[in-house]
Design a protein. Structure first.
Length: 147
């Protein structure tokens, strides 16, 4: 197989993979209402939040000055219809504002678990993953789906 053919095959595989994962994310049946974090993870996340986030977003997650709220109707409606992965990526790549790499993925996942807990989304038996790909499969829905 020639080099250009190999490159074309690899690029085709990447495009197909991106399409497949995009379709899977849209078809996902999991949401924030399905207990996607543990109570212990959220508890640890509260400690992490107080250490790394509260100085800007306030202890009660209400936001302050330029820092947006991380709780309540404005926060929930802002993320409604997106994925937990979208929210995690925002946190992962932009927070803390002065040095995003200072806080690792695991800590940021715990903080996100705390934010979900504070907003009264239910806990479950499995910890919230710290990988964006997995979190992109979980919908952020403002209202509990009717069964």
């Amino acid at each position: 197989m020639s080099f250009p053919t190999r490159v074309a095959a690899i690029l085709s595989w990447i495009a197909l993979s991106a399409f497949w994962f995009g379709v899977r994310a849209q078809d996902s049946s999991r949401s924030v209402w399905d207990g996607i974090y543990t109570a212990e993870q959220a508890s640890q996340g509260q400690t992490d939040y107080n250490q790394h986030c509260a100085s800007c977003h306030a202890e009660n997650l209400a936001g302050a000055d330029e820092a947006p709220p991380l709780s309540g109707g404005a926060f929930i409606s802002n993320w409604n219809g997106l994925t937990v992965g979208d929210l995690f990526e925002r946190i992962r790549t932009t927070m803390p504002l002065d040095n995003p790499p200072k806080v690792n993925r695991e800590t940021k996942a715990r903080v996100l678990a705390y934010i979900l807990s504070f907003n009264r989304f239910p806990s479950g038996v499995a910890a919230l993953p710290d990988r964006t790909e997995a979190l992109k499969l979980i919908r952020f829905e403002a209202e509990r789906p009717k069964k």
